[in-house]
Write a protein that binds this ligand. Structure first.
Ligand SMILES: Nc1ncnc2c1ncn2[C@@H]1O[C@H](COP(=O)(O)OP(=O)(O)OP(=O)(O)O)[C@@H](O)[C@H]1O
Length: 653
């Protein structure tokens, strides 16, 4: 590829991705992270309660340590002053051992609470992730086909897998860290205000020496300096709040960048997924190198957008960490000034320093967390986008199902177009009236785009008619019946057979309930596939690739036909089932299809007229006119009209 061409392609990929991003940016769901998760906070209330208790207990121990230190230091100072000999310990050994055991015990207990909160939190995370993922999956399965028209599968998968995982992780981490920060921050501040600040008073003796002041009872004289500690704590509180406010302000900005980044990730995933799905096209078109360069290009855009978010986040984290770590030094300098002014006992500075350390950590955590929260709220908007989609097709799960199909299918005044909201869009089917008699076979022919497959889609209820009614069992409105019970009686074979990753047993048995392996093998025999499968080393247990890679086109069609034999449907829809096959294979498959069609109401959508020679009635569709001819193959080929033209144009082969 020449440089200019490569450049042009780079630009166009970036533009496409940017356009997609912009497109999706237009109307993202407004649903925030906490709103989306609110039901799960209610559902798992007991686990949340446990989590809050464990977080409070862990934070409680953390903030209590400076106070304990303060008590130890006060005792030590008292002990120092009370000594009568230089060899006396300032603190008796037993007291020291008790304190050491006390501290060790509190660390162990804190460790246990930490373990418990992570354990409970982890379980909440996974439960929420699974709940949300299942909800998304159910929604995706229930959504109308229209939803999928303009979507990239990779984007949907990113929402389904990666966004739900982020939501699950952050569902626990965000509240846990916020609660921890909240309790530790305010706990540490509260403890700072309670620190003992007894300032030993000094005096000058007759020889000019500075000595501790002693009252008339022989006790050392202390001045209460609680107000000074409060002053120092106030300064620390003020600085911390300032940092938190600034962080909250930056959050909105970072969130926007994160959303953009997430969109690009999703678009890249969508793109990569689509291209890999078209791997045969890439291989056969010799475009491997072009695709590699294309992947590099779109990742360059991903890097560029990601770096904007990373830069903003790094700047904020660097600012916050630097400011917070300098707080110890600020407290030291202010503390020394207070000591100079005889307002602060130097031993209190150790406890203040410990308190500052214990409140710095949660603030840093909160700042990091805001990045995660931005990511999580982006994910929640993307997941909510799916939840907020509405389905027009009501499948009436709650209604009594059909036990069989024992009547005709009737199209009565059916009008259809794909976008009913677009008044300018012409109808594809206009006032279509027809009765498909039970057990008879029908074929639709007509030029490309005339609406043949649309009829199959209406019969499968991918869509409902824009106007008019389709009846099954003579008089049951298709829109009003339990859809599953109807589809249980419908078999659909399309041009590109849908196969799953799994064995032949899984694939042939798909959609048929309570069938044995023997039933599946009988169906394979009917579809003339048994000998081929048996010749494979692992037989029916052979795993097919995601899209049946090891099978030829004819074998895939036979597999689907075997599936239909097994399901034994009353209605059969064959949508160009053999048009992708060569003439010889097509003839072989046609034999199996003819066997399958026997006694079933069959609707064939055909391109090649050779496949519909034996159907009971052919309907010829013409653009703008609807059905222009009906009759049997032999009748139609003799009369002048659209069919004869198609026949003479060589569509017989
Ligand atoms: N999902 C869709 N959204 C909007 N328009 C669609 C959709 N599917 C098909 N169409 C349009 O509806 C018209 C009829 O399509 P349909 O697939 O039914 O034609 P067809 O007769 O089966 O064509 P072919 O023989 O080429 O398969 C076409 O103009 C097509 O572009």
């Amino acid at each position: 590829m020449s440089t200019t061409k490569a450049q042009a392609s780079t630009n166009s990929h970036e533009e496409t991705l940017a356009a997609n991003t912009h497109e999706k940016d237009k109307k993202p769901s407004k649903m925030g992270f906490f709103k989306l998760l609110s039901i799960y906070y209610k559902q798992y209330w007991f686990r949340w309660l446990l989590l809050i208790i464990f977080v409070m207990l862990t934070a409680g121990i953390t903030v209590a340590l400076p106070k304990l230190t303060n008590i130890v230091m006060t005792e030590l100072q008292t002990g120092l002053l009370a000594r009568t000999s230089l060899t006396d310990p300032a603190m008796p050994w037993m007291t020291l051992i008790y304190w050491a055991i006390g501290f060790a015990g509190s660390f162990i207990v804190s460790g246990i609470f930490l373990y418990l909160q992570n354990w409970v939190g982890g379980s909440i995370s996974r439960k929420i992730e699974i709940d949300i993922r299942l909800k998304v999956l159910n929604k995706l399965i229930d959504l109308d086909m229209n939803y999928y028209h303009d979507k990239k599968m990779g984007d949907i998968l990113t929402r389904l897998i990666s966004d739900t995982q982020i939501l699950g992780d952050q569902a626990y981490q965000v509240p846990q860290n916020f609660l921890n920060a909240f309790f530790t921050f305010f706990g540490a501040i509260a403890i700072m205000f309670t620190l003992d600040n007894r300032i030993l008073q000094y005096t000058i003796d007759s020889s000019g020496q500075i000595i501790p002041q002693i009252d008339e009872n022989g006790n050392y004289v202390f001045k209460d300096g609680t107000g000074t500690v409060a002053e120092l704590s106030g300064i620390i509180l003020g600085v911390s709040f300032g940092i938190l406010l600034l962080t909250a302000f930056c959050f909105t900005f970072i969130r926007r960048l994160m959303y953009k980044q997430r969109q690009v990730v999703s678009n890249v995933n969508g793109d990569v997924n689509d291209r890999l799905n078209a791997i045969r096209l890439i291989k056969s078109s010799g475009t491997s190198q072009y695709e590699k360069e294309r992947f590099t290009d779109i990742h360059k855009n991903y890097y560029k957008v990601s770096m904007q978010a990373i830069r903003a986040q790094s700047l904020l984290i660097a600012f916050v960490i630097t400011t917070l770590t300098s707080m110890n030094t600020i407290a030291l300098i202010v503390g020394i000034v207070f000591v100079n002014q005889q307002k602060l006992d130097p031993t209190v500075m150790l406890s203040i320093s410990m308190s500052i350390n214990s409140l710095i950590f949660p603030i840093i955590q909160v700042v990091r967390l805001l990045g995660n929260l931005a990511q999580a709220s982006t994910s929640s908007m993307r997941v909510a986008d799916i939840f907020e989609q509405t389905s027009k097709i009501d499948v009436h799960e709650d209604r009594q199902g059909l036990s069989d199909i024992s009547g005709n299918i009737v199209f009565e005044n059916v009008y259809f177009k794909y976008d009913n909201d677009d008044e300018k869009e012409p109808y594809i089917l206009e006032n279509f009236n027809f009765k498909f008699t039970q057990g008879k076979s029908y074929a639709f022919v007509g030029e490309t785009g005339v609406g043949k497959s649309t009829i199959a889609k209406l019969l499968l209820r991918y869509y409902d008619p824009s106007k008019g009614t389709i009846y099954v069992n003579n008089d049951k409105n298709l829109k009003e019946i339990n859809l599953k019970s109807y589809l249980d009686h419908v078999g659909y074979v399309e041009q590109e057979p849908q196969l799953l990753y799994g064995t032949f047993y899984d694939n042939i048995g798909y959609g048929a309930m309570n069938v044995s392996k023997a039933d599946i093998e009988v169906a394979a025999k009917k579809a003339e596939l048994y000998d081929f499968i048996s010749s494979l080393p692992e037989g029916f247990d052979t795993v097919l690739g995601e899209r049946g890679f090891i099978l030829s086109g004819g074998q895939k069609q036979r597999l689907v036909i075997a599936r239909m034999f097994l399901r034994n449907p009353e209605i059969l829809i064959l949508d160009e089932a053999t048009s992708a096959l060569d003439n010889i294979v097509e003839k072989e498959i046609q034999v199996e299809l003819d066997k399958l069609m026997k006694g079933r109401t069959t609707i064939v959508i055909a391109h090649r007229l050779s496949t519909i020679k034996n159907v009971d009635q052919i309907l010829v569709l013409e653009k703008g006119k609807g059905v222009c001819q009906t009759g049997t193959f032999e009748e139609l080929k003799k009369v002048d009209g659209r069919f004869k033209k198609l026949y003479e144009a060589g569509l017989m082969n």
